[in-house]
Design a protein around this ligand. Structure first.
Ligand code: GLN
Length: 497
């Protein structure tokens, strides 16, 4: 039962073949059995999840009309507030904090009867590409427990791949939904900026952050996307427009006549050979499904990473100033006679990890008087150039595609002392955030040289999120025919569990 898609689970629930309490209990049992190895969860809400499930079952029994995913369980990234449930953002500085309010994403999940199993592990404040920056220890990739599950949303992606949850919520500032999806063989979507409310999403870089759906199939991601998206008066950046019809697109998967633009700059020598093999094969399958493959160029993408590492740290240095030991979580050095300043300093010293401190220092420097124009100002100009690159390319194609990441999952510890090597992981995902458009990663198979999953990235113009689902569904269907079974059925680890 836990190996089914969320859509299939929902069908069983509405046919009365199972109950949400049973389904939720099965997932809680699975978490209890495998999460000692995977460590996808920071908090498992056994009682809360079962209570929510019982409520959905009661409504169904009373004949109430329920939404499509009602009763299906989900894993929530620990950067989203849920009332009364611990929310740490993977940081010691928020240890013990139980937010007094629900994020809008959680409000929407609850409204749709989606059962929240617990909170998933992540790089501290979503800064990282491996989940190794969590203050609570790394998450392990279910394909090979000695490898990283990506980051920052490694917990959400690993929970899907380990069949601990059929659905998850992630957030993507520079790739944190798509890169973990790629290295775990799952599906992750970063909607158009403003498509999903950021209210209650603990801010990292406000002009880039975006929440989105994580799942094992394109249709499941679409169902979750529609459940969480839409205008929210509590988020001034949320878009006042109808939610894109992503479920219809995922059900159709018709790409006949669509133009798919291969980004010349995101497919070069720096990409692992098996990543390129799987990418080329996916292009052939899409062509066979009736799409036209064209080449497009985005000459300014080469500056995206450098500009991102000015913009994101600048905004984080401002956003993280709120963790001052006075209002949330940890407080250190609060002894008689201690000044507020010394308590703040000591708490931030102890409460933040190395990567977070590195970013705060970088950002504070970039924003400092006299340097603002040279750094933050220049980075914003690069951002405009990247948006123009996308606009120009989208005149020649309907979606753009690339491998999601240059390599498959690396070993835990392999890059933790080399920030630049770590940052390079996001080279293909960051341009999407810089332009505020949508991006999806779905599995395109295993790299022949290491047997690990490879992600295929689809990028669509702002507000045209449905196009990613059309192309994603077409590719997924073609690959399923080729493989004969979903990719995750080939997962070697945890086989005995
Ligand atoms: N890996 C990128 C970073 O470290 C992106 C993180 C994210 O999308 N939250 O900033």
């Amino acid at each position: 039962m836990i190996h089914l898609s969320a859509a299939h689970m929902a069908a069983q629930l509405s046919a009365g073949e199972t109950t949400s309490v049973e389904l939720t209990q099965k997932h809680l049992d699975r978490i209890a059995s495998v999460d000692v190895d995977v460590h996808a969860f920071l908090f498992v809400n056994n009682e809360g999840a079962l209570a929510q499930a019982a409520e959905v079952d009661a409504k169904r029994a009373a004949g109430e009309k329920l939404s499509p995913l009602a009763g299906v369980p989900l894993a929530l990234k620990d950067v989203m507030t849920q009332k009364g449930v611990p929310t740490t953002c993977g940081s010691k500085i928020l240890e013990g904090w139980r937010p007094p309010y629900d994020s809008t994403v959680v409000t929407n999940l609850k409204k749709n009867g989606i059962v929240i199993l617990g909170k998933t592990n992540m790089d501290e404040f979503a800064m990282g590409s491996s989940t190794e920056n969590s203050a609570y220890g790394p998450t392990h990739n279910p394909w090979d427990l000695s490898r990283i599950p990506g980051g920052s949303g490694g917990g959400s992606a690993a929970a899907l791949a380990a069949f601990e949850a059929p659905l998850a919520i992630g957030t993507d500032t520079g790739g944190s939904i798509r890169q973990p999806a790629a290295v775990t063989g799952t599906v992750g979507v970063k909607p158009t900026y403003g498509g999903v409310s950021r209210f209650g999403l603990v801010a990292f870089s406000s002009s880039l952050d975006q929440a989105g759906p994580c799942a094992r199939t394109v249709l499941d991601a679409a169902l979750l996307h529609e459940a969480i998206a839409g205008l929210d008066p509590k988020d001034s950046t949320s878009i006042n427009a109808p939610v894109p019809q992503v479920v219809a697109a995922a059900r159709s998967g018709d790409v006949k006549g669509m133009k798919i633009g291969v980004v010349k700059e995101l497919n070069g020598d720096g990409y692992q050979s098996g990543v390129r093999t799987r990418f080329e094969e996916s292009l052939e399958l899409l062509a066979a499904a009736g799409a036209e493959i064209v080449e497009v160029s985005a000459p300014n993408f080469e500056y995206a990473l450098a500009a991102y590492y000015l913009i994101a740290p600048s905004e984080c240095s401002s956003n993280l100033a709120r963790f001052d030991a006075m209002r949330y979580g940890l407080r250190v050095g609060d002894v008689d006679g201690a000044s507020a300043e010394s308590v703040m300093n000591l708490t931030r010293e102890v409460g933040f990890g190395r990567e977070v401190k590195r970013r705060i220092i970088l950002g504070t420097y970039a924003l400092s008087s006299g340097y603002y124009d040279a750094y933050y100002g220049s980075a914003q100009k690069v951002r405009t150039l990247i948006t123009q690159d996308f606009n120009n390319a989208f005149e020649k194609c309907d979606v753009m595609v690339s491998p999601t990441c240059p390599t498959t999952a690396f070993k835990i510890g392999e890059k933790s002392n080399d920030p630049i090597a770590m940052y390079l992981n996001d080279i293909a995902t960051i341009p999407v955030n810089m332009a505020g458009i949508g991006g999806m990663s779905l599995p395109s198979g295993l790299a022949p040289e290491d047997g690990l999953p490879v992600g295929f990235q689809i990028m669509a113009p702002a507000m045209k999120d449905e196009r990613m689902y059309l192309v994603g569904a077409a590719l997924e269907a073609a690959l399923l025919t080729k493989w004969g079974a979903p990719l995750l059925s080939k997962i070697p680890a945890l086989a005995g569990k």
